[in-house]
Design a protein around this ligand. Structure first.
Ligand code: DGL
Length: 259
């Protein structure tokens, strides 16, 4: 069983890609909606929460874990690999490398959470892969909320996107890296605001291919279980609305400290 988690519904964008790569795999997705958003918390808090969620997934039979959250990957990927040496963890990192290969202006824009930008992972990715480029960054916490509330179009969403992209576009970015899994659901609007000359790099499909490399061509029963530490009905609704995902079983509710 492949365990997948995020602070909320953003990781459903990665889950949908994993399902495309591995249609018969058994998948268990955990949305920590009772404690979302992660991106405005400290890296220490996010690391502790990621540890609890990972243990929850392992206790329910996950044998591989995909951290479908850039913030949690920045805060906890190394720790989790060290704590569970027998469990393969696949994490997210901002796709600065393909962006550096794509840019012609030499200016890359990265949108992510504040916590992701604070992590060592981001600095090291930029240093390793984009030392010759200018990397402009903007934290967009309101985009996470838009997606959690299912507001992926309309004037309010457009206004928030225009506001967050303004400095990056005025700064000459011709390539935009989506450094938060929630943002994949805003791609049509982001494309519209950024215009046809700006390329958008979403690492979701590449991460799903990595999951496939790690697990091999698994033959499962195509079970798809969703779990939330918030409102399970809301998760079910968003999964359908945002990602066309329907669980094969009733959505599980998790209450922290209560099991
Ligand atoms: N989806 C998450 C990410 O990829 C985090 C969003 C949040 O909870 O702030 O970073």
């Amino acid at each position: 069983m492949i365990g997948v988690f995020d602070s909320g519904v953003g990781g459903l964008s990665v889950l949908a890609e994993i399902r495309r790569e591995l249609p018969s795999a058994d998948l268990l997705y955990f949305a920590d909606q009772g404690r979302a958003p992660y991106g405005v918390r400290t890296l220490e808090e996010v690391a502790a929460m990621s540890g609890e969620v990972s243990q929850w997934l392992l206790d329910r039979g996950a044998d591989v874990i995909t951290i479908a959250c850039n913030t949690a990957s920045a805060a906890a990927l190394h720790q989790l690999r060290a704590r569970h040496p027998d469990v393969p963890f696949v994490g997210m990192e901002p796709a600065v490398k393909p962006a550096a290969l794509n840019t012609t202006s030499g200016i890359i824009g990265v949108v992510a959470t504040a916590a992701t930008f604070q992590g060592e992972l981001f600095a090291s990715v930029v240093q390793r892969h984009a030392s010759g480029a200018t990397v402009l960054t903007t934290a967009c916490p309101t985009w996470v909320e838009l997606v959690e509330w299912g507001e992926i179009d309309g004037p309010q969403a457009r206004g928030q996107i225009e506001q967050c992209l303004a400095a990056l576009l005025e700064g000459g970015a011709d390539t935009l890296v989506l450094g938060c899994t929630h943002f994949s659901f805003l791609v049509p609007l982001i494309e519209d605001v950024a215009g046809p000359d700006v390329a958008i790099v979403d690492p979701g499909p590449a991460v799903a291919r990595q999951v496939r490399r790690v697990v091999g061509d698994t033959d499962g029963g195509a079970r798809l279980i969703l779990a939330s530490s918030g409102d399970p009905d809301l998760l079910r609704e968003r999964a359908g609305q945002l990602a066309g995902i329907e669980a094969t079983e009733p959505v599980l509710a998790c209450v922290w400290n209560g099991g």
